[in-house]
Design a protein around this ligand. Structure first.
Ligand code: SF4
Ligand code: MG
Length: 324
């Protein structure tokens, strides 16, 4: 396994108490594999990724338990300077908002070239040449001319391609993309996602794709881990999930994907809101919103039941959900 997160716990101290953002998350991704981590905002998906990357700082979060094994080494045990090396060269992250991740006053070519001059000790000229290659690779038209332009001169989709190019520059083994297409319109979303998937296959990288939108990952993910209130509630190969979800929350997410064949019909939405992480409901955290909830759900926290060798569900009634 390229990356294996084991029983990770993260807390945030807030004025109102301790927010339990991640409560025992385990997941893994192999080289050449794409794991989609799915959930509403506040489910802990981004915080988990930040803990993996070692960039968990604002607001002050604390890892209170677990392991993050990368190529067999526990990253949580590394010193900050060793950690920084791994983060620079072996794993990279792509964020939703390219405009705030790129430096507005440095040309995109220089920002890309810097990856090579700083991390690989290349000359400025060679760095520039690699920048053009990368821009070609992420299919930015007229790369040779546009390499001199600044971030604001690119469209949202093109800027996201530049972010992908930055992430790929040092050929990391793992890329974590946090809502990489959320800020883009639907057609551009699909193009950027396709590009990312294609490069991931070509370079045989591990890819963790964080999203709130089950619709965008269908074609690119191998596995899906669904998060709710800081836990994984279902984990399965993507085709299993689409065939029949084994958790009512996954079913709710599936039912809320807009479908072309049902145009005009009102879109299904899971009732209620995700819980406050300061006050996670007892038993199954999903029970206040769950159409299948009954007494035991309010008192007994479901473990991740083994549905099959490759699939888990944290629902006492997963059989009912699967066959219902
Ligand atoms: Fe719903 Fe109960 Fe299953 Fe939780 S354990 S998802 S409340 S049926
Ligand atoms: Mg997020």
């Amino acid at each position: 396994m390229l990356l294996e997160v084991r029983d990770l716990h993260v807390e945030f101290r807030t004025r109102d108490g301790v927010a339990k953002a991640v409560n025992g998350v385990s997941y893994g991704v192999d080289a050449g594999e794409t794991l989609a981590v799915l959930g509403e905002s506040g489910s802990g998906k981004s915080v988990t990724a930040q803990a993996v990357m070692g960039i968990l700082d604002i607001p002050p979060g604390r890892i209170t338990g677990g392991e993050v094994l990368f190529k067999g080494r526990d990253l949580l045990k590394l010193k900050e300077d060793e950690r920084r090396k791994v983060r620079g060269a072996e794993m990279a992250m792509i964020f939703q908002d390219a405009l705030s991740s790129l430096n507005p006053v440095i040309s995109v070519g220089d920002q890309l070239a810097e990856m090579f001059t700083v991390h690989r000790g290349m000359s400025r000229k060679d760095g520039r040449a690699r920048a053009v290659e990368l821009m070609d690779r992420v299919r930015i038209p007229a790369a040779r001319e546009r390499v001199r332009q600044y971030p604001h001169q690119f469209s949202g989709g093109m800027r996201q391609r530049i972010m992908i190019a930055m992430a790929l520059a040092l050929e990391p083994a793992l890329i974590i993309a946090d809502e990489p297409t959320t800020a883009l319109d639907v057609t551009v979303q699909a193009q950027v996602m396709e590009l990312l998937a294609e490069l991931q296959r070509e370079l045989h990288m591990g890819l963790i794709l964080i999203t709130h939108d089950l619709g965008v990952v269908a074609d690119v993910a191998d596995r899906i881990a669904v998060m709710y209130a800081g836990r994984i509630v279902e984990s399965a190969p993507v085709h299993d999930i689409y065939k029949a979800p084994a958790h009512p929350y996954t079913r709710g997410l599936l039912d809320s994907i807009p479908r072309l064949d049902l145009k005009g019909q009102e879109l299904y939405a899971i009732k209620g809101l995700p819980p406050s992480l300061l006050n996670i409901p007892p038993g199954c955290a999903f029970h206040p919103r769950c159409p299948l909830a009954r007494d035991v759900c309010r008192t007994d926290e479901p473990p991740l039941y083994e549905v099959s060798r490759t699939r888990g569900s944290a629902c006492h009634f997963w059989r009912e959900c699967l066959h219902g």
